[in-house]
Design a protein around this ligand. Structure first.
Ligand code: SAM
Ligand code: SF4
Length: 475
């Protein structure tokens, strides 16, 4: 598939900055949002086309509660009709919190002398992964501060280490990364370790605001960060995740920035981001922030729905920064991945204590402390299929998020059956009795919804093989 480039004020060039704040503000300030326009734009998105900056601004400017409700329902419909009702689960694993940067919002910043610094030793990392495997996790995102100790070689080493840990029936089948931007060679080194998605969040797309929050270290260079995922593409690492930290600047600008980043990657590399993240700022050790741009729950739901509609082919990630009630609400409007059983303190998966969160040991506070199993049970009760699927990635079907979106019948043939198979593994190996009962009933219900007899038969056959002890079966 070839993306049609969108004409923007700055011509898209590889590894060159592309954000023009005046252009973004112009759209936000001068775009009129009428009922007809909003409905037309929702229809465009439901026909699986990415929205332009102007169309995104129309949705942003819709303030009438009835129209906002239509935007939310549009996002919900897109999610249901295009993606079905799987939710992919993962866990973050903090590898090291040394950091030479001074991001005002982050507990790990260099000037925070209260922070307790730590990098996991290889043995500690292995123990963390074993503890995560014991709960049933199959997908991790490794997180690092920005520090010379966390070189591309070191990152690649930790990724390889994680893939090598097998405990009982457990293994990690996909390792994603959230770390500092690298140069092209650095991205190449990390790519060779078979990494999944490489996430770099721009934090704020507004260059002036960016300057205020990033007071030193390499991260103070806005343009180097903005072009980081171009360098990943140049290195052949085409599976990238973008994000903005909501609460630093006007949320409307950040939504436009994320869409502009998406159309830049499409224009230069004919590939959009694999995932979009939209973390909201949380309290952190010695937080140095004011609350001018704090995003209300109401706006948060609206912005997630707009992002879903604006970039219909991308995975959307919602983390345990948000509490269970917000997650429940937001998940309906387009989220495809959530973390479960999350702990941010280094080493805390293997040495779990029933202590209060200690912000001097964590990057920021989390608000959803449920275990992975509690989250899985909750999803099952709401008729979502919890999934640990990694099939496409391992079969070399890269760009899978795009296939599931664009290939008719892909979800029914591959995604739903694979979600069911990975859930069957979880139920067999890790779920307590009550969760298992609910999970097997969900599997039966969803098998009956598949309309192809061959798929049903083959799926039933594989579920039985999993019950009998086979593992890692996928379509
Ligand atoms: N150090 C690397 C970097 O800055 O890109 C990688 C990881 S950083 C630990 C992960 C992300 O956490 C940041 O990109 C930022 O968006 C988010 N973050 C930092 N402080 C936060 C806070 N107080 N609340 C919520 N998210 C925060
Ligand atoms: Fe360091 Fe990342 Fe925190 Fe900034 S956000 S202080 S770079 S860990």
């Amino acid at each position: 598939m070839k993306f049609t480039p969108e004409k923007c004020s700055i011509e898209d060039q590889k590894m060159k900055p592309f954000i023009d704040p005046d252009e973004i503000w112009n759209y936000i300030n001068n775009t009129v949002s009428t009922k007809e326009k909003v409905r037309e734009i929702i229809e465009k998105s439901l026909s699986k086309q990415r929205l332009t900056l102007e169309e995104t601004a129309v949705l942003i400017n819709a303030t009438n509660p009835e129209l906002i409700e239509e935007i939310k329902q549009g996002a919900r419909k897109l999610k249901e009709t295009v993606y079905g009702n799987r939710i992919v689960l993962f866990a973050p694993l903090y590898v090291g919190n040394k950091c030479t940067n001074n991001c005002k919002y982050c507990g790990f910043r260099a000037s925070n002398k209260e922070a307790i610094r730590k990098t996991l030793s290889d043995q500690e990392l292995i123990e963390e992964v074993e503890a995560l495997e014991d709960t049933g996790q199959k997908r991790l995102i490794l997180v690092y501060g920005e520090h010379p100790a966390y070189s591309p070689e070191y990152i690649a080493h930790t990724v390889n280490l994680v893939y090598g840990v097998k405990k009982g029936q457990g293994e990690i089948r996909r390792v994603n990364i959230n770390a500092a931007p690298l140069d092209i060679d650095g991205f190449r080194t990390v790519k060779d370790s078979n990494v999944g998605t490489y996430q770099v969040f721009q934090e704020t797309y507004n260059p002036e605001a960016y300057k205020l929050y990033h007071l030193g270290g390499k991260k103070a260079d806005y343009e180097y960060r903005l072009t980081s995922l171009d360098r990943a593409q140049e290195a052949g690492l085409d599976d990238v995740g973008i994000g903005a930290l909501f609460g630093l600047y006007d949320w409307r600008f950040e939504v436009m920035g994320l869409v502009r980043h998406t159309n830049h990657l499409e224009a230069c590399y004919n590939v959009g981001p694999h995932t979009i993240s939209f973390p909201r700022i949380q309290s952190a050790s010695v937080l140095d922030m004011n609350d001018k741009y704090i995003v209300s729950n109401e706006d948060f739901v609206k912005l997630v729905a707009i992002l879903r509609l604006a970039v219909p082919y991308t995975g959307m990630i919602l983390t345990a920064r948000e509490n269970a009630a917000v997650r429940d609400e937001v998940i309906r409007f387009g989220v495809s991945q959530i973390d479960g059983g999350t702990k941010l303190e280094l080493g805390s998966y293997s040495h779990s204590k029933n202590e209060e969160q200690d912000l001097n040991k964590e990057q920021f506070a989390i608000n959803d402390n449920r275990s992975l199993n509690e989250i899985i049970e909750d999803l099952i009760e709401k008729d979502y299929i919890p999934s640990f699927c990694t099939a496409c990635y391992r079969l070399g079907r890269t760009g899978e998020h795009f296939m599931e979106f664009s290939v008719p019948g892909f979800i029914k043939r591959y995604c739903t059956p694979n979600a069911i198979l990975t859930l069957a593994e979880y139920l067999s190996d890790y779920a307590p009795g009550e969760t298992a009962d609910k999970g097997w009933a969900l599997i039966e219900r969803h098998i009956l919804l598949i309309d192809n007899e061959n798929t049903i038969n083959e799926l039933r056959n594989r579920v039985e093989r999993i019950k009998a002890g086979d593992r890692d079966l996928y379509f």
